[in-house]
Write a protein that binds this ligand. Structure first.
Ligand SMILES: [Zn+2]
Length: 472
């Protein structure tokens, strides 16, 4: 050691200072906690103490110098001589900069490891109660509850939800955050002039997914087993509601495939989006649908799927015995062709007008029970019998899909059902098979754009179907 000091003394003054500073710097760096060690710390109070400690330590090193530092001190005060050494000035600055940088790193890590506590809303909780558990002052509660976004979102918190509260190392409230939903978080933070609030929104990522199924027992089960949500199942039925009677016309081995959108935020599933394309094969007949940018569905060739009439005035989900076309007639107890179609469902099931038109009759008699007749134009009339309740009166205009009453068992019937008739030019026709006027195709100006989209989506469907076939 003595030799080292002698050697040190032989060095030019500038070098002595440089060495001293370097050793000081090394000492400081060694004494600062590593980032890894810091990252595992839970409370900023400790972190802050560490930083203070290293500052103190630096001072300590200066006032109780090591032999090397003492030499430097004896030669001259570090501070006093800073300006007289050109290179050393740079060196010192660089050392100080490095210490500063190291401290900044620590503070940044500190920010990541803020003193956050999560408070769960319990039964019968109020915002005031929760804040008081969190140790906030009455003034904090008052100030926060008066911010517009906080008022809107925090006052309707429900049990099970969480509010995150961040405090400064001194224990003062610095931030309140509340996850409004999977995408939005309300953040209220304290600054010099009071509280500021904002809503942070995550970016939504849309993924498309292929789904397919073959019907074994009924449509709903097949679709649900394939992973479709209730919402997507109804969407799919509604898309083809003009072409397929989902209540009565589905058969075993009918099959369908579709591409659906799903929304994610940060890899977390948010919600189902639109059905982009679908194919439905019903009793060997293939129907296709492509969603265009106007939100409407067209066949792959570009014909609108909307038609003047729905195939069924009752949603399939209410109708029993999907696969029993030779079901006994609810009136006579015999298998019998009659002038209408019977939908067997629970009393109270909503009945929709199959198309736009005018109510020409709405009344009651002993045979029909409560009934509604709708004239759609000079050619078409539809009739709805045995209702529990009529929602429309004679002379009313109705829209397609409008609920005109509820299914019942009024009139001459043995069980609850809707008797539905479809009359074309005065002749009763089967509403499930009658050919309906073709709907409008996509506008000529949109045709090219639509065709590109349609080809692309249909190719994707086909590709997935083939992959599936190959893997079966
Ligand atoms: Zn009938």
């Amino acid at each position: 050691m003595a030799k080292l000091i002698t050697l040190f003394k032989l060095l030019p003054k500038a070098h002595q200072l440089a060495l001293t500073l370097l050793s000081l710097f090394t000492l400081v760096i060694l004494m600062l906690p590593s980032e890894d060690a810091l990252a595992s710390k839970q409370t900023p109070t400790n972190t802050k103490a560490n930083i203070d400690f290293t500052e103190d330590d630096l001072l300590f090193a200066r006032s109780n110098p090591s032999p090397l530092a003492l030499e430097a001190r004896q030669a001259d005060s570090v501070d006093a001589d800073m300006d007289t050494f050109g290179n050393q000035d740079l060196l010192l600055n660089s050392v100080q900069a490095q210490i500063r940088a190291k401290k900044q790193q620590l503070r940044a890590a500190d920010d990541d490891q803020k003193n956050v506590e999560y408070f769960e809303v319990v039964n019968g909780d109020t915002l005031g109660g929760l804040f008081s558990r969190a140790g906030l002052s009455a003034k904090d509660v008052f100030d926060i509850a008066n911010l517009p976004l906080a008022k809107k979102n925090l006052l309707k918190i429900i049990p099970g939800e969480e509010i995150a509260i961040t405090k400064s190392p001194e224990g003062e409230l610095s931030e309140v955050s509340y996850r409004i939903d999977k995408v939005s978080t309300l953040v209220i933070s304290k600054n010099d002039s009071g509280y500021v609030e904002k809503i942070n929104t995550k970016e939504i990522e849309i993924r498309s997914q292929y789904v397919s199924a073959k019907i074994k027992s009924n449509f709903w089960n097949a679709a649900a087993d394939a992973g479709l949500s209730a919402n997507h199942i109804m969407q799919l039925a509604n898309i083809f509601a003009w072409d397929v009677d989902f209540a009565l016309d589905l058969r075993r081995n009918d099959h369908f495939s579709l591409i659906v959108e799903q929304e994610f935020a940060d890899g977390e599933f948010l919600r189902n989006g639109n059905i982009l394309a679908a194919e439905f094969v019903n009793q060997g007949e293939r129907h296709t649908a492509v969603r265009y940018s106007d939100g409407e569905y067209y066949s792959e060739a570009g014909n609108s799927l909307r038609k003047a009439f729905l195939r069924s005035p009752v949603d399939f989900k209410y109708v029993s015995s999907n696969f029993n076309p030779r079901r006994l007639h609810p009136v006579t107890g015999q298998v019998k062709a009659h002038r209408g179609v019977d939908y067997v469902a629970a009393v109270g099931t909503p009945i929709k007008s199959a198309g736009r038109g005018k109510v020409i009759e709405a009344g009651y008699n002993q045979f029909n029970g409560n009934y509604v007749f709708i004239r759609h134009n000079g050619t078409y009339t539809t009739k709805y019998l045995h209702l529990t309740k009529r929602n429309v009166s004679r002379g009313d205009s109705v829209k397609q899909g409008q609920i005109i009453g509820t299914l019942g068992r009024t009139g001459r019937v043995t069980g609850a059902h809707l008797h539905y008739e479809f009359i074309v030019n005065g002749v009763h026709r089967n509403p499930r098979t009658v050919s309906l006027p073709k709907s409008d195709p996509i506008a000529r100006s949109e045709k090219q754009k639509f065709q590109r989209l349609s080809q692309d989506l249909m190719a994707k469907l086909k590709q997935n179907q083939q992959v599936q076939l190959a893997s079966n």
